[in-house]
Write a protein that binds this ligand. Structure first.
Ligand code: OOG
Ligand code: NI
Length: 465
């Protein structure tokens, strides 16, 4: 029977992530160096900190650390987003969260495709931040029409990839042979093309509107623009990048360094200048440069609750306001000092993060739980007491998603400052995004809430049985 021949989505995802990483290493050699650096730093942290090691072992993250990475693509039209959702589903990746970057001066909105079960996340933790150009924010009507017709004429997916998506949907899976063809065909969509689909004049016009628009519209496909390994010590990587001649961006995005890391800290190296050949009907090909592809590093910390996120945004917002917006090379150290100062208001022990309802945790029963008195049925309201009495223990749930202000900072560091200063009037438009996507995105907070609840219920079941 054919069903038993199907390979798992995790297999396909992990295969895809591996071949993509291999391709990117060839295209952007500095990315390979960055991977080596991150591996060295992670090995060092694990050999020096028993606590971090134990944490990763209990949550199951230890097995995924060295293969963990995310990438990003930028799409041009609704069909591409809709089909990308179907393509990622073959790999067990689903759209989680809605990110509006227009308010930060980037005319796109986005979601992140990723696995949604802990077990499958640990097996193949590959994510893709996927943004869609918002044509409605382009004020030049004539240019907008040209963009629409350029995008109308492109097909970013191969025929064979589309056939295999259909096959997956109608049969419910792919066998190993089809899965391998699928991976190779899907990879074509993410490949870099050094010939533009437009002439130099059009490229300049697109650049003039926004550098990002040129990157989305002038090429045959949505080349993967970065891949990001996960490190356990981003400050150490940042310092060593300079030593290895990998030029880092001026500032690390996200929260300041902490004893109990939260959310996500990110830094990157600047985009490469790549040679591009522009279309030319007269036959003399015109050469030029394009900057799009870079490398990034991330350090992931605890997922925070809505209350924690509100506090994070308040403290970050206060810091940015005080220095007049995004930090620059000149005021980066002043910014970091102030950020550290302001974040003293964000508790920095796991006990407090738990008791104040600021972060999400995995709950586990301890050895001692075996000896608990069975005189009553324990419920959710007993959790804090059980924790205090040592029947339960907690480990932070890792944040699996992205941060819009940081994402805009990453965009900006590779787009040039003029673009970063732009502001778009448009309000965020999640319902349009979901219409183009073809289904609603998973709600980010509820996802963590549900995962935490599963572990609490499991503990109660163990204690009460
Ligand atoms: C995406 C930037 C967002 C991140 O890590 O926040 C991102 C882009 O530049 O296309 O990848
Ligand atoms: Ni990124």
């Amino acid at each position: 029977d054919t069903k038993t021949d199907f390979v798992s989505s995790e297999y396909i995802r992990s295969r895809f992530s591996t071949v993509m990483s291999g391709m990117y290493k060839n295209e952007v050699p500095l990315y390979g160096e960055l991977l080596d650096l991150v591996n060295d730093v992670n090995d060092k942290v694990l050999s020096e900190s028993e606590e971090i090691k134990e944490q990763l072992v209990s949550t199951g993250e230890n097995t995924r650390l060295n293969m963990e990475r995310h990438g990003a693509i930028r799409l041009g039209k609704p069909y591409e987003l809709y089909t990308m959702r179907r393509l990622f589903k073959v790999m067990g990746m689903f759209p989680v969260g809605y990110y509006d970057l227009a308010t930060a001066g980037v005319p796109v909105h986005a979601t992140a495709f990723r696995a949604i079960e802990n077990t499958t996340l640990n097996q193949a933790p590959f994510r893709v931040f996927t943004s869609l150009l918002r044509l409605d924010l382009i004020d030049d009507e004539k240019l907008r029409d040209s963009i629409e017709s350029i995008l109308d004429n492109r097909q970013i997916f191969t025929q064979k990839a589309l056939e295999l998506i259909d096959k997956y949907e109608s049969e419910g899976g792919l066998n190993k042979e089809d899965a391998e063809i699928f991976v190779q065909e899907a990879l074509e969509t993410f490949r870099w093309h050094d010939t533009a689909t437009v002439d130099y004049e059009m490229y300049e016009a697109l650049l003039g509107q926004h550098r990002l628009i040129a990157d989305v519209v002038a090429f045959k496909g949505p080349h993967i623009n970065h891949l990001t390994p996960r490190t356990l010590d981003i400050d150490e990587v940042q310092t060593n990048m300079e030593a290895r001649n990998i030029p880092p961006k001026d500032n690390i995005e996200g929260p300041p360094p902490r004893k109990c890391p939260i959310l996500l800290r990110q830094t990157s190296f600047k985009a490469l200048t790549e040679k591009v050949t522009f279309k030319n009907d007269s036959g003399n090909s015109k050469k030029g440069n394009h900057k799009a592809r870079f490398g990034e590093i991330e350090q992931r910390g605890a997922a925070v609750t809505q209350k924690g996120l509100d506090l994070y945004n308040e403290l970050l917002g206060k810091t940015r306001k005080a220095i007049g917006g995004s930090p620059t090379a000149e005021n980066a150290s002043e910014y970091n000092q102030l950020l550290k100062e302001n974040f003293k208001d964000f508790p920095d022990t796991y006990e407090e993060l738990q008791s104040k309802g600021l972060a999400y945790f995995h709950y586990f029963t301890t050895e001692k739980a075996k000896t608990i008195s069975k005189s009553k049925t324990y419920t959710k309201s007993d959790i804090n007491q059980l924790l205090k009495d040592g029947y339960l223990t907690i480990e932070p749930m890792v944040y699996e998603d992205f941060l819009p202000v940081s994402a805009a900072g990453i965009f900006a560091s590779n787009l040039g400052t003029e673009d970063a200063k732009r502001e778009y009037e448009g309000t965020s438009n999640q319902s349009l995004f979901e219409k183009d996507l073809g289904e609603p995105v998973y709600k980010l907070m509820s996802w963590y809430e549900d995962k935490q609840e599963e572990t609490i219920q499991k503990c109660l079941a163990e204690i009460n049985n």
